[in-house]
Design a protein around this ligand. Structure first.
Ligand SMILES: [Zn+2]
Ligand SMILES: [Zn+2]
Length: 304
């Protein structure tokens, strides 16, 4: 008898953890870079410093990339396990005899190779993964193997890692919008168990703000429904949920739901709130803002 069989949900949850870890690494690198350029090193030109910074970040980014591949593998296995987990342990000819004579743990079995997962997935699941995903999956797998088996891995930029993470999430982990998932994970983090949840919202806002800067307008639209070409405002709900102790600059991620001039319904894809704002000029004459809510200007954050 085969025992300790993981469920589809176990695989999926493990995949979410891996992709979240990859996200943390990539976003931390972007944050470190912002801080490093703020406290610029003497004697180096900005170009040299930038090159040097990203060269030294390669092992971390390669690790993040590898986590994305693993996360996708777990998600695919989770979907297959929903049909039957036995499909994952291949040919019964290779099964341990102990399973038939006594018990054998699922973990002792060799599971399907990554290269076969999409084929098996599409053979047993009604909604197949398309060719675009297949090409993406093959590329990530090849790049990951290149990292593992080559002394000189190619250059991974934080932007490439962020885009790869968001593409993987879009196909395999999109049952919960990513910003909502990030907020949940921060509020449930190890720091939260010690009572430090103050920074959860602040951290997620700044991570998403940084990620969006790495995306093309089409990618921002696809992954977050965010229109980079339109005006953006600070979301008052996110702002008041965040910790203001260490931060003056806030990402503007809320947008009006319609393009109509004077629109008042402002939507934020991070907290998923839509709020009604007042369209009057900010009291600060140097500010062009004309959207006010909760007593602050949603452009400059000054109290009204
Ligand atoms: Zn918000
Ligand atoms: Zn203002």
């Amino acid at each position: 008898m085969i025992i300790d069989i993981p469920t589809s949900a176990d695989f999926h949850a493990a995949g979410v953890k891996q992709v979240h870890l990859a996200w943390q690494i990539a976003l931390q690198s972007l944050r470190d870079y912002d801080e490093a350029t703020y406290f610029k090193l003497d004697g180096e030109t900005p170009e040299e410093a930038t090159e040097d910074f990203w060269r030294r970040s390669q092992p971390l980014l390669a690790n993040a990339y590898s986590l994305i591949q693993h996360a996708m593998e777990l998600a695919l296995k989770g979907r297959i396990a929903a049909i039957t987990p036995y499909l994952l342990i291949g040919d019964p000819k290779d099964w341990a005899n102990s399973a038939a004579t006594g018990t054998a743990s699922f973990g002792e079995f060799r599971t399907l190779d990554a290269v076969d997962l999409v084929k098996v997935h599409n053979s047993v699941i009604a909604r197949p993964l398309d060719d675009v995903f297949k090409a993406f999956w093959d590329q990530v797998r090849r790049d990951r193997n290149r990292i593992m088996h080559s002394a000189a891995p190619g250059t991974f930029t934080a932007a490439v890692v962020v885009k790869t993470i968001l593409t993987a999430i879009d196909v395999l982990f999109s049952e919960i919008p990513w910003p909502r998932r990030l907020l949940q994970m921060e509020y449930e983090s190890k720091f939260a168990s010690l009572g430090f949840v103050d920074d959860a919202h602040t951290k997620v806002l700044s991570q998403i703000g940084s990620a969006i800067r790495e995306l093309t307008p089409a990618e921002a639209k696809r992954f977050f429904g965010f229109d980079s070409k339109r005006r953006t405002y600070l979301c008052p709900h996110c702002y008041f949920a965040a910790n203001h102790d260490w931060q003056d600059e806030w990402p503007h991620l809320a947008q009006f739901k319609t393009k109509t001039p004077g629109a008042t319904s402002l939507h934020c894809f991070v907290c998923e709130w839509t709020i009604e704002v007042e369209r009057v000029a900010c009291k600060d004459e140097t500010c062009q803002g004309d959207a006010i809510a909760e007593g602050i200007c949603l452009t400059c954050t000054r109290t009204q």
